[in-house]
Ligand binder design. Structure first.
Ligand SMILES: Nc1ncnc2c1ncn2[C@@H]1O[C@H](COP(=O)(O)OP(=O)(O)O)[C@@H](O)[C@H]1O
Ligand SMILES: [Mg+2]
Length: 317
């Protein structure tokens, strides 16, 4: 039986807003388990309830019903906070603190001694490539730099569980890579990670399991390997120097013509690819690449969301 780090049962959040006290269910009875040592991806469209779930788990918002446990204690337990790392979707930074002061401040919130904080900050700043900006005020930081300080903040207390809420949105490729590498390093150390994201290629490459949420309801939880197809859906073949006559002979349509003059043709399976490549080479074309396409998490996700959308529209009729 795996060790459970997060467990919720019927966890629910109803938001009441405005003068007329309109009620809106942000999270419908959530049943979720996250195991020790895994990287759990939490994906869903905007407004589906990802941040709502995370804030409830972090004890930053009160549930309207149901229950939850984090690291074996009821959510909101103060003693557990010391073992949690959290990078919010929109972190709040104190403009006039330097990176160094900011990290000291967070370390002291976790009850770390000055010595412990110094040691940890010296270890973290190089990891997030911020040693040189250590004494610069946060108001002078770019978005990418702030996110890196936020990352260091989330790790200051050597947490057992780290929760990232859309850490890569708005980051450049280098920033995204740093987040990915950091998460993989945490997993190697045995830390549990919950990652909410809508950058599905990142989720696909680093997560062990994913939960898909839509309209405040958890739709599905599965291993990434179960969701992402192992079967080849199509094969893309790129050729150079394929004449019109050769294309007609190959019988795979005109494909896609690149600015470079190369042409990419798509065939449905590996056998047809073999056949086409042989004919193309015989016909004097040069082979540039052969790329098998498998169903990605992205296309699976789009299919799933379309199906949910359709069934909810039918239910309303
Ligand atoms: N404080 C709030 N008051 C009222 N509605 C809210 C509040 N916070 C979130 N919501 C609503 O709850 C739903 C889920 O929001 P959220 O959890 O932030 O989604 P996500 O993080 O998946 O984008 C959205 O429709 C949002 O408008
Ligand atoms: Mg959110």
């Amino acid at each position: 039986m795996p060790d459970v780090v997060i467990r919720t049962k019927g966890l629910r959040k109803v938001y009441v807003s405005g003068f007329l006290r309109h009620k809106f269910v942000g999270l419908h009875g959530l049943d979720l388990e996250i195991f020790r040592g895994e990287i759990f991806g939490y994906i869903g469209p905007n407004g589906s309830g990802k941040t709502t779930t995370i804030k409830l788990l972090m004890g930053l918002n009160f549930p309207s019903g149901g229950e939850g446990e984090v690291l074996g204690k009821p959510i909101g337990d103060n003693a557990v906070r010391r073992h949690l790392g959290y990078l919010p979707e929109r972190p709040y930074f104190y403009d006039y603190l330097t990176a160094y002061e900011f990290l000291h401040f967070y370390g002291s919130l976790h009850g770390m001694t000055k010595g412990e904080r110094n040691r940890k900050i010296d270890e973290l700043l190089p990891l997030v490539h911020m040693e040189r900006a250590r004494d610069v005020q946060l108001r002078k930081f770019s978005k990418g730099m702030l996110q890196r300080v936020g990352l260091a903040q989330a790790l200051i207390n050597d947490p057992q569980l780290v929760v990232f809420d859309e850490p890569s949105s708005g980051l450049d490729p280098m920033g995204r890579m740093l987040i990915r590498d950091t998460i993989l390093r945490l997993r190697d150390q045995g830390t549990t990670v919950m990652l909410s994201s809508h950058i599905l290629s990142d989720v696909e490459s680093i997560c062990d399991r994913v939960g898909i949420i839509a309209g405040g309801k958890l739709q599905r939880v599965a291993a990434v390997s179960e969701l992402v197809g192992a079967d080849v859906e199509s094969v893309e073949i790129t050729l150079e120097g394929a004449t019109e006559a050769l294309l007609a002979e190959l019988g795979a349509g005109d494909g896609h013509l690149h600015a470079s003059g190369r042409r990419t043709l798509t065939v449905p399976d590996e056998d047809s690819a073999q056949h086409l490549v042989r004919k193309a080479l015989d016909g004097g074309a040069k082979l540039v690449s052969v790329v098998p396409r498998r169903e990605s998490l992205e296309s699976m996700f789009v299919d799933e969301m379309t199906a949910i959308d359709k069934s909810s529209r039918e239910a309303k009729r």
